[in-house]
Design a protein around this ligand. Structure first.
Ligand code: BGC
Length: 337
């Protein structure tokens, strides 16, 4: 009798344990009390990524999430892929990532997805990785806006150099494509220098390459700074050459450095992205997927064709204060300018 009772208890335990195992399945109904572990993966040590991290941590408070944020010191797809692997081993529930190279990082993301980890791209997309969605700027459109602004301030003529932190990340490539397209369509009188200055988000390299280009092309009319790092580095090189206002700078981003240089008219136009919202909405999306499933979550978050567009603004020295008010309205914290 006693033996039979033990056998029945063991069978019941086995049934219960089978239930436990299926709870781990990502498609199973979520447990409301679950505290989710989310990895945030940026691309370089830069205030841009601090804004993304801040957005993630803000969302984490209501999403019942713990955030582990990581950036390599500069663009390094290998280090990013290794971090994703380590997060898979740690059993993270979600990963919000920006791939320095969609191939290398995308392979690690594919493995993570195969283990039921919710992977969302932000800032720079990697659609072939199978990520659920992309949260960030429409980079081709934003690059086009930058091209139009450059065309306008140069009156449609002159030589322009492009400086970027990456020639593998899709956001950089798309911005450059958009920029070229705008010039081709509307400002064919502008000559783009064939060599793109690439620094892999290393500040010293960025400044040195901008200085060298200024020295080699004395009639350079403008720099297009593709990444947050580039505009200020180009503007500083222009300043050292005593050419502020003569060599115009159109660049991405709206961090304190950019805003202060805009005020000083060392940068002419900034295309302001919303990195805080990338972190915030990306984390909210992961949490919503766990709560409501993928389709409902994407709908709730207003995704279109797998993208949540965080938007951009064109900022000139004249509308810095107006822009500050707009950021406040969007709930984006403003510091340092
Ligand atoms: C880009 C990021 C980049 C950052 C820092 C931003 O414009 O969207 O991908 O890492 O600049 O340079």
């Amino acid at each position: 009798m006693k033996l039979m009772r033990i056998a029945v208890t063991l069978t019941m335990l086995a049934v219960l344990c089978a239930g436990c195992a299926s709870d781990k399945d990502a498609s199973a109904p979520p447990d409301a009390s679950e505290r989710i572990q989310v990895g945030g993966l940026g691309k370089s040590v830069h205030p841009f990524w601090e804004q993304v991290e801040l957005g993630m941590n803000t969302a984490a408070k209501t999403a019942n999430a713990d955030i582990e944020f990581f950036v390599p010191s500069k663009e390094d797809a290998q280090k990013q892929a290794e971090k994703i692997k380590s997060w898979v081993a740690l059993g993270k529930r979600g990963i919000l990532f920006a791939a320095s190279d969609p191939e290398t990082v995308g392979a690690a993301v594919k493995d993570a997805i195969a283990r039921d980890i919710i992977c969302v791209a932000m800032d720079t997309d990697a659609p072939d990785s199978g990520r659920v969605a992309y949260v960030g700027t429409d980079n081709f459109a934003a690059g086009k806006i930058a091209g139009e602004e450059m065309g306008k301030i140069l009156g449609g003529k002159g030589k322009v150099a492009i400086a970027t932190g990456s020639v593998t990340a899709s956001n950089s490539l798309e911005r450059i494509e958009g920029f070229k397209e705008a010039l081709k369509e509307k400002y064919p009188g502008i000559t783009l220098l064939p060599e793109v200055l690439v620094d892999n988000e290393d500040r010293a390299v960025a400044v040195q390459k901008a200085k060298a280009k200024l020295a080699a092309v004395p009639d350079l009319a403008g720099f297009f700074g593709v990444y947050a790092l580039n505009g200020p580095c180009c503007a500083n090189a222009v300043k050292s050459a005593g050419k502020t206002g003569k060599v115009r700078v159109v660049c991405f981003d709206n961090l304190a450095e950019h805003m202060n240089m805009l005020k000083a008219k060392e940068i002419d136009i900034a295309i302001g992205q919303r990195p805080y919202l990338m972190g915030l909405k990306g984390t909210e999306l992961i949490s919503a997927i766990i709560r409501d499933g993928k389709d409902k979550a994407l709908q709730e978050m207003g995704a279109k064709d797998g993208m949540i567009d965080t938007g951009v603004d064109v900022i000139t020295p004249a509308d810095v204060e107006e822009y500050r008010a707009k950021l406040k309205e969007l709930g984006v914290p403003v510091t340092g300018w």
